[in-house]
Design a protein around this ligand. Structure first.
Ligand code: SF4
Length: 345
């Protein structure tokens, strides 16, 4: 993707734009049940309900993440973060990494029963299972499909350690269940709150609960006895990396009672890179040259920039009493799932 010659794609439903059409069934999902909901919350969304063959995925050994197993009940995410690193995984489903990722969500409707079966299998050794590492398991669709209560109940019943990373305040719905799980196993909860600027939030994370609501969720969970880690992610160059923005974000996170804070500067993999570049060119064209320079070598910011940014967040965290600042280096999210892991019935 080049950072120059950028222009917004034509909009559907407007003069000169493409006419809206009924979505075809993706080739990779021949047996999916297609569903739409006639409510404002799900306007423009299409759900592909599938019965997955397996639900516990092993993270490839080359990944640097601190967990080996994941469970992902959804693919695609209605939270619509422009920078989302999972976007490219949608192309494995014969869907695109932009609008389709935001609006066409695969729902593994049998996730809970499948997980219970896989946890009971003699070969399962009870390893830590991470959720929310690919797409958000508490995205809006979860309000309708309610897959997480079954999943958490299965993990609790097998006393299997797990963690959840989310931007969704819907997680609070399952707080009583999470508390019962925490009585028998290790339960980690992390929130992603990259910044507290509300106008930027509406533009770049349009489908998520706002940062203030996420901070309130951190407070509620902390008061319920959970140690909540906040991923200050992503930090956007030229937008949320100023001293003032860092100070405002870190102080809000500390005030919410977070146990630790992990800064993660923006990385832009293929799929996210193109989508984010269009957004940037529309709203912040003056920043395009900066991004062209910063990301000219690939998906990641230069090491020196990352180190300096992390050091500034560390100082702010100390000022606000967040002594448990971790980790030293921001963890890299897992690579996209391989196509063979997407085999669905
Ligand atoms: S909430 Fe997470 S998974 Fe969903 S779009 Fe945003 S970054 Fe991607």
């Amino acid at each position: 993707m080049r950072w120059d010659n950028l222009s917004a794609p034509p909009e559907a439903g407007v003069p000169g734009g493409a006419a809206p059409a009924a979505p075809p069934l993706p080739l990779a999902l021949p047996d999916a049940t297609v569903r739409t909901f006639d409510t404002p919350e799900f306007a423009g969304m299409t759900f592909y309900e599938v019965r997955a063959k397996s639900i516990v995925n092993r993270v490839p050994g080359t990944s640097r993440v601190p967990f080996e197993w994941t469970v992902n009940p959804y693919r695609g995410c209605g939270h619509r973060c422009t920078y989302c690193f999972a976007r490219n995984t949608h192309t494995y489903l014969d869907l695109d990494a932009g609008q389709d990722f935001d609006s066409k969500v695969v729902v593994k409707v049998n996730a809970g029963e499948l997980l219970r079966r896989e946890l009971a299998a003699p070969k399962w050794r009870g390893g830590h299972i991470a959720m929310g590492t690919n797409v958000d398991c508490y995205q809006r669709a979860e309000g309708r499909y309610r897959l997480m209560p079954e999943i958490i109940a299965a993990l609790r019943d097998f006393a299997n350690p797990f963690s959840i990373l989310t931007k969704g305040t819907l997680l609070l719905r399952d707080l009583p269940l999470l508390r019962t799980a925490a009585e028998v196993t290790s339960v980690g909860i992390a929130y992603s709150i990259g910044f507290v600027d509300e106008s930027l939030w509406r533009s770049v994370e349009a489908g998520t609960p706002g940062p203030r609501r996420r901070l309130a969720a951190v407070r509620t969970l902390t008061e319920a006895g959970f140690r909540v880690n906040v991923l200050m992610a992503p930090i956007l160059p030229g937008l949320t990396d100023t001293d003032d923005a860092i100070e405002a974000t870190v102080s809000a996170i500390a005030a919410a009672g977070a146990a630790s804070i992990t800064p993660i500067p923006l990385h832009l993999r293929p799929g996210a890179r193109e989508w984010y570049a269009r957004w940037l060119a529309r709203g912040f064209p003056h920043l395009v040259p900066l991004y062209r320079e910063l990301y000219r070598a690939g998906s990641y910011l230069p090491q020196a920039y990352q180190r300096e940014l992390v050091a500034r967040v560390r100082l702010a965290a100390r000022r606000h009493g967040l002594h448990r600042f971790e980790p030293e280096a921001a963890p890299e999210p897992p690579p996209p799932a391989r196509p063979e892991q997407l085999t669905l019935l």
